[in-house]
Design a protein around this ligand. Structure first.
Ligand code: PEP
Ligand code: MG
Length: 879
């Protein structure tokens, strides 16, 4: 027969799944001999059964609860059901396996009724007894019937006004009248307060079960990726009273400072109060250290227990306590939530104190927190009072404020005048790059996590919110509408790239410039990592950032990003629009000069680290002008007629550019571009070789779907490269030609491709796009519907879809390694920098991940965690 109820002494902290976090910790504390008021836990399984089939309550649980209550009466020597003796009052609290603070319900003082309040008043004191009863009536109404607390507060205010004194000075008659007025609130809503304590308990337990599915709990679970199937446990515990007298009180304390991490008790308490008074904020609590003056013995006991708990759990604890007539009780302990800065400080201190190993410290730090340490954040106090005006995708972390501008040109103009700007556009394109560079933040109303704005902003470490469909952006009119309001150029907004929220006005930000704790943790991480972390970068500032963050090399340099400077794009346009061979040649020679210099500087910057250079990928129309004014300008610069340019633009239009004439397809149809690019690569390597630097260029071809595509291009490029060595009178040196694996077909024929490639790099952006058939630029338009309707719980462009895309990758690795066991395989799509995807990438056997420079620190930690978890798993297997 299943067991639905456990007394605290029957469980341990490992039983969180069944008893919930709170129940399991109460059990563990009882086991440790801490002063925990007696009680029992109704399991999470009971909750799940009840929510599926409400009859379960009467058929299975009701009797069991009554039996447990009788046992609790015996244990405490108090009575819950009967009238005789000191009344046993209980608290009924939710407690899920994963802590969901404040999301579900609690009722205190359960067991009182019209008669027992008088007994309690006689046994203790009258004010205290009525105070308890009043609170019960209010909480019960809120939790069981959903009646607003304020309706009761109104009664209290009115009674205090009418009686001309505060509630603690009320006479018995006045208190009874107040209770009656509370009951009238019930009546006005056709509800009643059950006088039988057992009925109260049953209703309370059912309400707490039901609170698992209240809207705020559901949203919290969605945000924190907590399964809806876990259910909540319910803890029924003897009440101890912090509101008994001036030698009583209640408080919440962290064993270390949760903001900065210092080793000191941090928290507050209130004398003569119950738990919710501390939270309610009506009275101002005192810092915990002041308890030493009021109740020295209780303070000393608390310090001792706090230390026992911290040593036992080997982590910072968040402890709730109550003092009843001088005697301390511990009501709850859990791992304390902390800021990123505190998380690092505490982990390092615990290692130093010998409480945890380096490996444990690494496993405890959430890589997401690392992002907060390298980007500015809004100061928490200012966020508390700020109301977001819109919410989009958190595309690149950081926080910034500035004046709103709608075009890259305006961004530059304001910047030159010394103003901070936020570039707000429907979407960005490579032509906006100069405006993006000078912006504090970038906001787009369209596009997803792999849109141009998102990828470029992450690369630059600039804060970005993408796909913010709450905003209706009219670039021409220079106005943005949100709800019924609007903003114009020059208005100030604040952008939080970590939450995706946008605020009005300037919110203050802060950043720690040099974080020694982070450096220490990442050094440890590197010692445990198996996967390498490389960077996606092509500009010199990005390469420097990557190296500063200890990237092991460059896994992806997107060469198209190098064609967008003013002089370069003109030559690219000359090439695309050329109708004569001479024009084409002239453009190619100029582009060769630009690219050769770029590669020369890049090779110099990365030194002996690998540098993978990818040949041109996007369709050519992306380089052509769009607006009429621009077309006129380009026509003049190139000495062509605007109509010819328009004609060429028309010819290049594609129905599905992402599936069209791009990647290796361009290389095959217009070999001169790829030939020019490899000449730039090889000639710059020759220059450096001549200076004594050994460079081994790695050239990568995008969008291969067929082995013959790769065979053709490889032969073309090898032939051209031997010609280049001759042209530059240089001794041949080794180079590699590899391929992106970014089409499902490429995964399926990875064994064939491995024969023709020196290395592979998974482009999971395109691979996800092509596998799901989701446009990487438009996913923002529907992903929230998918999330809300629980069809997909995450954005597959951010976190790898292991079941689909991941399985294709696994297959590709297996097939390729059968042909070439030593083939180097990397991942350079956005998921390469996603901590939640990295364990899987390690599992399928890739050699490195490559991500935007600012994602490297978190990735270094995630990579170490993946190796440590794998090691632990292996040890568990062997044991
Ligand atoms: C990819 O497709 O994952 C990739 C890295 O290439 P890009 O994002 O440039 O298409
Ligand atoms: Mg791609």
């Amino acid at each position: 027969m299943s067991k639905w109820i456990y007394f605290f002494e029957e469980g341990r902290s490992k039983d969180k799944h069944l008893l919930g976090g709170k129940g399991a910790n109460l059990a563990e504390m009882s086991h440790l001999g801490l002063p925990v008021p007696a009680g029992f836990t109704i399991t999470t399984q009971s909750c799940i059964h009840y929510l599926e089939e409400p009859d379960f309550f009467t058929s299975h649980l009701q009797e069991e609860i009554l039996k447990a209550v009788s046992e609790l009466e015996l244990k405490t020597g108090r009575s819950f059901m009967n009238k005789e003796g000191l009344p046993l009052l209980v608290s009924v609290r939710s407690g899920a396996e994963v802590s969901m603070p404040g999301m579900m319900d609690t009722i205190l003082n359960l067991g009182l009724n019209d008669e027992r309040v008088k007994d309690l008043a006689e046994l203790t004191n009258r004010h205290f007894a009525y105070d308890c009863y009043r609170r019960l009536l209010q909480m019960f109404a809120d939790v069981v019937y959903g009646l607003a607390k304020e309706r009761f507060d109104e009664q209290l205010d009115q009674a205090q006004k009418e009686n001309g004194k505060p509630v603690q000075d009320f006479s018995q008659l006045e208190q009874e009248a107040l209770v009656e007025s509370y009951k009238k609130v019930y009546q006005s809503c056709r509800k009643s307060f059950p006088q039988d304590p057992a009925d109260q308990l049953f209703a309370a337990v059912k309400a707490v079960f039901a609170s698992w599915n209240n809207p705020r709990a559901k949203i919290y679970r969605q945000l924190n990726a907590i399964s809806d199937k876990l259910g909540t446990a319910v803890n029924v515990q003897m009440m101890v009273f912090g509101n008994s007298d001036e030698e009583s009180g209640t408080g919440v304390v962290f064993t270390r400072n949760p903001a900065k991490g210092q080793k000191e008790l941090f928290g507050e308490f209130l004398l003569n109060a119950q738990g919710e008074d501390v939270v309610a904020g009506i009275r101002t609590p005192e810092p915990i250290q002041a308890l030493a003056q009021h109740l020295p013995k209780a303070y000393q006991d608390f310090k001792d227990y706090a230390q026992i708990l911290e040593r036992h759990y080997r982590d910072m604890q968040d402890i709730e306590f109550t003092i009843e007539r001088g005697q301390l009780f511990i009501l709850q302990t859990r791992e304390g939530k902390r800021t990123a800065q505190a998380a690092l400080q505490i982990a390092l201190d615990l290692v130093e104190e010998g409480l945890i190993s380096q490996e444990e410290a690494l496993l405890r730090i959430n890589p997401k927190l690392v992002d907060q340490l390298i980007h500015p954040v809004f100061e928490p106090e200012s966020l508390e009072s700020a109301q977001p005006i819109a919410q989009g995708l958190p595309a690149s972390p950081g926080a910034a404020w500035g004046k709103l501008v709608f075009t890259a040109q305006d961004a530059k103009r304001y910047h030159e005048e010394g103003q901070k700007v936020i570039l707000v556009r429907q979407e960005t394109s490579p032509e906006d790059i100069e405006g993006m560079i000078v912006s504090q933040a970038i906001v787009t109303s369209h596009g997803g996590m792999t849109s141009h704005a998102a990828v470029v902003a992450r690369g630059m470490g600039t804060c970005c919110v993408a796909g913010c469909s709450d905003l209706s952006i009219k670039e021409e009119e220079k106005i943005v509408h949100y709800g019924k309001k609007s903003l114009k150029e020059g208005d100030i907004i604040s952008v939080d790239g970590s939450s995706g929220k946008i605020y009005l006005g300037a919110l203050p930000t802060s950043l720690i410039e040099k974080n020694e704790n982070l450096e220490q943790v990442l050094l440890w991480a590197d010692q445990h990592a198996q996967l390498e972390v490389r960077a996606n970068a092509e500009t010199i500032p990005d390469l420097r950032t990557a190296i500063k963050f200890s990237a092991k090399g460059i896994g992806l340099a997107r060469t198209e990003h190098m064609f967008f400077g003013k002089a370069r794009i003109l030559e690219m346009r000359r090439l695309i629009l050329a109708d004569q061979e001479a024009d084409r040649k002239e453009a190619l020679v100029k582009l060769l000069t630009f690219q050769a210099e770029d590669f020369y500087q890049m090779f110099k910057e990365v030194g002996d680290r690998p540098l993978v250079i990818r040949l041109l990928d996007p369709p050519l129309h992306e380089f052509l002008p769009k607006e009429d004014v621009e077309i006129e300008e380009v026509a003049q610069e190139l000495g062509k007629s605007p109509s010819l340019i328009r004609e060429r633009i028309k010819q290049l239009v594609e129905t599905n550019p992402m599936l069209g004439h791009r990647g290796c397809r361009l290389g095959i149809s217009q070999p001169a571009i790829y030939q020019m690019q490899v000449e730039a690569v090889i000639s710059s390597a020759i220059r450096l070789q001549q200076k004594g630097l050994a460079i081994k260029p790695e050239i990568m071809i995008p969008l291969i779907a067929e082995k013959k595509e790769l065979d053709y291009l490889r032969a073309l490029l090898e032939d051209h490269i031997s010609h280049i060595f001759k042209k530059y009178s240089a001794q041949a040196f080794p180079y590699e030609i590899g391929t992106m694996i970014e089409l499902p077909r490429a995964c399926l024929i990875a064994d064939q491709l491995a024969q023709a490639a020196d290395f592979f790099s998974f482009g999971t952006n395109d691979l996800t796009q092509m596998t799901y058939g989701f446009s990487r630029d438009d996913i923002g338009k529907f992903i929230n519907h998918y999330k809300n309707k629980e069809i997909i719980s995450f954005d597959p462009f951010q976190t790898l879809d292991k079941e689909g895309v991941g399985e294709l990758m696994r297959l590709a690795v297996e097939k390729a390694r059968r042909i070439k066991p030593q083939l180097a395989i990397g991942v350079c799509g956005e998921v390469g920098g996603d901590p939640a995807s990295i364990s899987f990438l390690e599992e399928i056997g890739v050699d490195y991940v490559s991500c935007s420079p600012y994602r490297i620190p978190a990735a270094r930690l995630a990579v170490a965690q993946a190796s440590l978890l794998k090691k632990l798993e292996q040890e568990r297997h062997q044991a």
